[in-house]
Every structure is written in C-alpha cells, then in structure tokens.
Design a protein around this ligand. Sequence first.
Ligand SMILES: Cc1cc2nc3c(=O)[nH]c(=O)nc-3n(C[C@H](O)[C@H](O)[C@H](O)COP(=O)(O)OP(=O)(O)OC[C@H]3O[C@@H](n4cnc5c(N)ncnc54)[C@H](O)[C@@H]3O)c2cc1C
Length: 380
Amino acid sequence: MATLAATGIRRLVLLGAGHVHVHVLQALARSRRADVNVTLVAPQPHLLYSGMVPGYVAGHYTLDECRVDLRPLIDASGVRYVPGLCSGMNAALHSVRVALPDGEAVALPYDVLSVDTGGVADREALEAAMPGARDNAMFVRPMDGFAQLWPQLVALSQTRALSIALIGAGAAGVELAMAVRHRLPHCTVTLVTGGPAPLSGYPLKVQQRAMRALKERRVTVLSLACTGISPGQVLLEGGTSLACDAPIIATGTQAPAWLRGSGLALDAAGFISTNPFLQSTSHANVYAAGDVATRVDVQHPRSGVYAVRAGPALDYNLRAALAEAPPRAWQPPRAALSLLACGNRSAIASWGAWSAQGAWVWRWKDWIDRRFVRGLSIGQ
Ligand SMILES: Cc1cc2nc3c(=O)[nH]c(=O)nc-3n(C[C@H](O)[C@H](O)[C@H](O)COP(=O)(O)OP(=O)(O)OC[C@H]3O[C@@H](n4cnc5c(N)ncnc54)[C@H](O)[C@@H]3O)c2cc1C
C-alpha cells in the first residue's frame, strides 16, 4: 500500500455525502492541501435534505428544491467522486470495499477515513420484527428511493381512495402522516406508533400539540405494535389487523450491516463508537459523525441538526489528522431547535421545554430550510 513516506501524498476517503460531509466538501472547495488526495464515495452526487422531505410529500416542494446537486462542489474542491456504496471495510488494513453500479467491487486504501453514511432501515431486522415487511411495505430509508416512489403512490391514489399507514411515530412518521393527509385528502391515513404516544422522546407539551394536530387532520393514531405486513393488511399486536394499501415504514434507523466485521469498535446497536474528537475509539485514523456514529462520552439524538452541527468540527479534525496536528473536541449542544411540519404549511417548534405552533413556525422553517439548501448550491 502506498504510504506518506513512499509518495508524500496522503489519501483521505470520505464515505457518504450526508449532512456532515457536505460541510467538509464546502470547506475543501475553499482550501485544500496539495499533498492530500480526497475521494468521495456515495451512491449519488447529491444530498436530499431530509428536513424538506415532508414538504415534498405534502406537495409544497419539488424534488429538485429539496436536493443539493453536489457536482459543482465536488469539482470546486478537486475531490475524486466514486459513485458506489461501501460494502465492507478492513480497519486493520486501512481499506474499504466499494460496490460500483456495474456490479464490480473495488478496494480503496486510505490514510485517513471519514464515515458519514447515515443510518439505514435494516431490511433483515425489520423483516424479523414484522414478517412480510420486505415484500409488502415502502421504506422511508433510503430517502432517495422513497422520494422516487412517492409520485407512483400519488398516481395510484388518483385511481381509487387508498388506505395508507405510517409505521413508526417518531418525528419522521408524525410529519409524514400529516404530509400524506395534506397531499391526499381523499385517502385514509393511520399512524401506527408501536405502543408509546407519538413523539415519545419529546416533552409532554410537544406530544400534546402533535396529538391535537393529528386529530384535527383526521389521522387515526393506533398505539399498537405492528407484528407483520401482508398484501392489503397491517397485522397488529393482540391479533387485530388494519386494511392497508400502502404501509410506509418510518421506524428509527439501524446501523449499516457492512460495519460488522470492519474491526472498528461499535456500540451495542452496531454504530461506530466515537470519542469527543469524532474519532473511532479503536482506530485513530478513522473519523465518523452523523447518524452512523455514537459518542461514547455524551448522548445526543440522531438527527440532521446534530449532523449538520458536527460538520465544522469534523472538517477541523480531518485537517488536523492529515497535518499530524492535535484534534479539537466537539461538544454537541444540549438542546437543539426542532421544527415539525404539520402538512398544511403550519409547524410545531420546540427547544427544550419551550414550544410554539402555527403558520409562522412553518414560514420560519421554510426560510431556514431553503437557506440551508441555497448555501450549499454553488453555481446553480
Ligand atoms: C422524513 C424524514 C424527515 C426528517 N426531518 C428531519 C428534520 O427536520 N430535522 C432533523 O434534524 N432531522 C430530520 N430527520 C433525520 C435526518 O434525516 C437524519 O438524522 C440525517 O439525515 C442524518 O444525517 P447523516 O449525514 O448522518 O446521514 P444521511 O443524511 O442519511 O446521509 C448519508 C449519506 O451516505 C450515503 N450512503 C449511505 N450508505 C452508504 C454506503 N454504504 N456507502 C457510501 N455512501 C453511503 C447516502 O447516500 C447519503 O449520501 C428526518 C428523517 C426523515 C426520514
């Protein structure tokens, strides 16, 4: 393997073009060391901004408005782009395996690796929990796939009124249930929570606001676990079932399977364990941030807000690693602003125990989201 000593060139590999790496790309476009080769591996050269996906489903945005084309940023930063998916890794050998679109696989060696591939909907785990899910349900993740399928469901709903169920009542499930209701008012929409109240991780006041909003929009809330999915039916705990044309799985994210066997230290759920420097606790030349990583020293939610906030720290520490300089610790904020879209251009805001709701919150969210996307869209 070529090393710094042999060539003087160091290799930085960025896995995933998620909410953290877009910041790293932006910073690389501003300045990059000449003695560093940077490679980006991601299935598509764009970022689908998740905060706007419920607005896309509701019909407020086109897909292009929610997507940042990263090609201008990739070109400006001099990064080599490899379209593909990381399918394996050997941390001891400093190498990742990349599955290319043509079915071939290549090994990419690195001196420093940064992982921002997000969480996944683990089809095998979900199939075990809800037999039939793999064949009969739509999955919100990967979001690109879901966004491509959504217009087909809209078209189908023009032929007959559908019964649609969102499985999972975290922020994504709640927002999507209200977005679907807004876009398809002639269809029935059910939110299957798995047991707890919708938004169970949020303060009680926010849960109450969400419950009221769901009720006003005639979204039926079933506080039951989904135990299986068959054609036309969602099976529920206790032996009951729900007639359903389109079950949409929006449960929380799982760790990618390719991390198992990588040699990296993982947490109990299989996510990469990282220290305050966003560095693997087992391999000092591997960094990870966003939903794929778990900080061992401090807990914070897996969310886009935290992923975006980690961007500058990850960029700093990757540069430090390449310069063999000391890294800097990143302290995640104790609380972050949450803005939940309620379908009809209104939204619920919360920050710790504070919350508010209304059309003005939606306008605020819309302004923040559009500004984020615009800020990354150079030359477009
Ligand atoms: C409908 C919905 C709405 C949401 N709304 C919000 C919100 O309003 N606010 C908020 O804070 N959070 C929100 N979230 C959560 C948010 O989407 C995630 O927390 C956020 O995307 C995490 O960012 P990330 O950078 O870790 O990963 P991602 O944004 O998921 O990016 C991962 C990247 O890695 C690529 N990738 C994946 N696998 C591989 C692989 N094997 N090899 C190479 N590349 C790979 C992907 O294509 C993508 O480019 C929402 C989630 C959903 C589903």
